[in-house]
Design a protein around this ligand. Structure first.
Ligand code: 0A1
Ligand code: ZN
Length: 849
């Protein structure tokens, strides 16, 4: 167990480490309960660091021996590491420690998953493997010898030598310890090859457990596509002879970019049409790209300290979004990204966990792998690109790679590169990294004598620790349409820097209709009261796909607001306007499918709260259901035709074209189910030959309460496939009626195959409970209690995953006093648990503050 005493680390306290590490040699002799790790490390005094005592991080290690320049020493051991007197010049440090990977359920450091050894060192896991200055600004070359009987033994870099029971690897690229990785097990590989632009052949492998080798082909193609794309778009080539990916069943996150040896949660790499949905395929493609892109943005250029996490994560998310946009549809990707940002980052930024993209303090860095650092971090880069233009962005990135290759860099370095490449002053733009909270943007318009003026006002509500906010730089993409629907001013980026600012367009023969914040050009809440006619006009005519979608979304929000607060009926004018788009066969089916999705119940709760109305989860659920029923009834004649149009007859392919059709067909099926009670869904279930069709049908059957047969059939078919069974666990909690959610989740936890120590399985049940908005917020508090019980239990084994899941309580202050009291009581119950981890302690403290 980690030391739980809360200690806050501050960005302002950064000091370099007193020594540089010339090289690291590790020998790891594997054994489940007594792995021996020997290290030989050359330390050289760092001329740029203040004088300091010699301290190496180390947690849960049994020190067997330590020596300096060959002489045994007896360091002072603390729960966090060791202190030792060292010579004033360079010296050789040697140590031997013992660790027990088989007992490591935190999945951090060296651990075991289904008999295979693997590591997770980001952010601070290396200190659970050996004593080391475990901080990203200490970079070194690693040579690793692995000893063990496992057939396959992998580490970073290139393989150098091997023999019976041992293998050696050398990574020539200096790296921080968080990028160290080691894998050993009886694995099989799906091989591949890539020839770089400069003609170097790289050996590629995806390593999996025997039986999974038929699920690697898609990942391999995605890897090759990523390698090619990074050469073409960013001029970045791969830099080792070999690139290995390993699939691991027990993993806290999606995947990890260890140098030359990426480790993946098996759910984020294994794919086959029978077992994976289109959404799975798309996510796998994106995550493979993300981890691969880290080779340059993260590994070659890393972070000076963990406060700079967004330097690698924001940029790499931005790069993987660009990749997906190029591989699939840019418009659909943008809308999906905004849906995700609003679902995950906005609540974070508007609640007790709000923090800047570059936080200034933390207790447990693992709690800062957040949507703010990742997704808002990527939005910030998107804004920068929009402001400087594509050409200057490319120039700045070339300069970044040239200037900082091999560095552990900061956000200051990053912005200076942009300033130097473009001649811009980015002092005000930098507020995006330091100011937390979501800016609200309001707008008024004026038209006189052919001149049209838009006046914007921005303000950011206070967030924890930040009561005063200064104006931020907002790129506001605007287009103007004339009343007959023609675009008279194409997309123009207005650069707002003041709290209030006006922009004029002249030479207009009539008052135009503005399309504001095209492409969601800045991550803000746009507040604009407009007549529904104008929204319907944009829904019909806007040339910007995002704003077309947004116009409809606004109408849906307004409609649901009126249904919830005034008991109004569904807005049939909107449903009819939407129908024109949904039935337009010239439009991309994936876009039409997105047009059919409604705001989530959680988003509606947020909207109500923002407007001063206490959200009632049951009323929100009822209104959403009523609206969907109304849409289904109004379109009863259209639905079968749409399904027919979206039917795919060709052999399954996970690409954009087919998956768009299936998305549309399945969105329509969900509406049809409301009319036929599940007849069409059952037919689709019975005929399905791929997981996308099978799972959508099952989801419809569950929503209709007609799932009994299909659920049992699904289980019988897939009981031996853990990733598919995760879906089975998840869906019946997520898609069921709210009144059943907690009971179902609870019953599922009683099953023998509810392996709660596996993060995927735990999240399948508990994460889905939290996704069932009205179910989680059941008035009697049963949802809260069940989750809190399990978080307490999980924390003893896996604090990181328990802490991440605490964030589902971040919106607790939105709700009525009774629900608030219930949630507060659960949070306090968690906080009071003796021996609670530092991870969960920090989360519940922030939530309660
Ligand atoms: N750097 C990885 C994500 C990651 C972060 C932390 C982890 O353990 C605490 C594991 C993975 C990425 O961005 O993909
Ligand atoms: Zn990343």
């Amino acid at each position: 167990m980690k030391d739980a005493s809360p200690q806050t680390i501050y960005l302002k306290d950064y000091t370099p480490f007193g020594w540089q590490v010339a090289d690291v040699h590790l020998t790891v002799a594997l054994a489940p309960n007594a792995t021996r790790v020997k290290s030989r490390i050359h330390f050289v005094p760092n001329p740029n660091a203040p004088e300091q005592e010699f301290f190496l991080h180390g947690e849960e290690l049994k020190l067997i021996r330590a020596a300096i320049d060959g002489e045994e020493v007896a360091p002072e051991i603390t729960p966090q590491g060791l202190r030792c007197k060292v010579p004033s010049g360079p010296f050789l440090w040697e140590s031997e420690v013992e660790i027990a990977p088989a007992e490591n359920f935190a999945l951090e450091g060296l651990y075991m998953s289904n008999g295979m050894y693997c590591t997770q060192c980001e952010a601070e896991g290396f200190r659970k493997i050996t004593y080391y200055p475990d901080r990203p600004d200490v970079m070194a070359t690693f040579t690793v010898r692995i000893e063990g009987d496992e057939a396959v033994k992998l580490s970073n870099g290139n393989p150098t030598d091997s023999g019976e029971g041992w293998a050696e690897w050398h990574d020539p690229w200096p790296k921080p310890a968080y990028l160290f990785a080691l894998v050993a097990g009886d694995l099989v590989n799906h091989p591949g090859e890539f020839t770089t632009r400069s003609g170097k052949t790289v050996e590629l492998n995806i390593w999996v457990r025997p039986g999974d080798e038929d699920k690697c082909a898609f990942g391999m193609e995605a890897l090759k596509a990523s390698m090619k794309w990074d050469e073409e778009v960013y001029g970045r080539e791969y830099d080792l002879d070999i690139f290995n990916i390993v699939a691991v069943d027990d993993f806290n996150m999606g995947a990890m970019e260890n140098k030359g040896l990426n480790i993946f949660n098996s759910s984020c790499v294994l794919a086959s049409p029978e077992t994976s949905t289109d959404a799975n395929f798309e996510r796998i493609e994106a995550i493979i790209a993300h981890e691969y892109f880290h080779n340059w943005t993260g590994n070659r250029i890393t972070c000076r300290d963990w406060f700079q996490l967004c330097l690698k994560e924001g940029l790499t998310v931005f790069r993987d979004s660009q990749f997906t946009s190029d591989m699939r549809s840019a418009e659909v990707k943008r809308i999906s990204d905004v849906i995700d940002l609003r679902a995950r980052q906005f609540p974070e930024d508007q609640g007790p966990l709000s923090h800047p993209v570059r936080p200034e303090s933390f207790q447990e860095i693992n709690n800062f792998y957040t949507a703010t650092v990742y997704e808002k971090g990527a939005e910030v880069i998107g804004m920068l690109k929009r402001l400087v233009g594509d050409e200057d962005y490319a120039k700045a990135l070339d300069l970044y790679f040239e200037r900082h290759d091999g560095d552990a860099a900061t956000i200051e370095d990053w912005l200076t590169v942009f300033e130097d490449a473009t001649g811009r002053d980015l002092a005000q733009f930098k507020r995006w990294y330091s100011q937390s909270g979501t800016p609200h943007l309001s707008v008024t318009e004026d038209y006189a004598d052919g001149v049209y003026t838009l006046t914007f006002k921005q303000h950011t509500p206070p967030t924890p620790g930040q009561s005063e906010k200064a104006p931020q730089v907002l790129p506001i993409a605007v287009g103007l349409l004339n009343p007959n629907g023609d675009e008279v001013v194409p997309t123009t980026v207005l650069e707002m820097t003041e709290a209030e600012q006006s922009f004029s367009f002249d030479g207009l023969s009539s008052k135009p209709v503005p399309s504001i914040l095209r492409g969601f050009s800045a991550p803000v809440v746009l507040e604009r009261e407009t007549a529904p006619e104008e929204k319907r006009f944009l829904l019909a005519h806007d040339t910007d796909a995002f704003n077309r979608w947004e116009a409809s979304r606004d109408l849906a929000r307004a409609c649901l607001y009126a249904m919830i607060t005034e008991g109004a009926g569904p807005d049939t004018a909107w449903i009819d306007a939407l129908e024109q788009v949904v039935r337009d066969a010239d439009l991309d089916p994936a876009f039409r499918a997105l047009m059919l999705s409604l705001p989530t119940q959680s988003e509606l709760a947020q909207m109500l709260h923002a407007r001063g109305v206490t959200p009632d989860p049951d009323a929100i659920y009822a209104a959403t259901e009523a609206l969907k029923n109304a849409m289904a009834e109004r379109w009863s004649a259209l639905l079968p035709a749409l399904r027919e149009e979206s039917a795919v007859t060709a052999a399954y392919s996970p690409g954009a074209e087919q998956s768009g059709k299936r998305a549309l067909g399945n969105a329509v099926l969900a509406l049809q189910t409301r009319l036929d009670g599940g007849k069409a869904a059952q037919a689709q279930y019975d005929a399905a030959d791929n997981m996308t069709m099978q799972l959508s049908a099952l989801s419809c059957l569950i929503s209709a309460g007609a799932e009994e047969t299909a659920l049992a059939a699904f289980e019988a078919q897939w009981k031996d496939d853990r990733l598919v069974m995760d879906k089975w666990f998840a869906l019946q909690v997520a898609a069921t009626a709210p009144e059943n959610a907690a009971t179902r989740a609870s019953a599922l936890t009683e099953r023998a195959d509810f392996d709660w120590k596996n993060p995927n399985r735990f999240r399948a049940v508990m994460g889905s409970l939290a996704m069932n908005h009205a179910g989680f917020h059941a008035k009697d508090g049963s949802g809260y209690k069940l989750l809190a019980d399990w978080l307490i239990k999980l924390d003893e084994k896996n604090p990181q995953t328990a802490a991440r899941m605490c964030s589902v309580f971040q919106t607790w202050k939105r709700y009525d006093t009774q629900r608030q009291a219930l949630m507060q009581a659960e949070l306090e119950r968690i906080a009071a648990k003796p021996g609670l981890s530092r991870d969960v302690t920090e989360m519940v403290t922030r939530l309660l503050s």
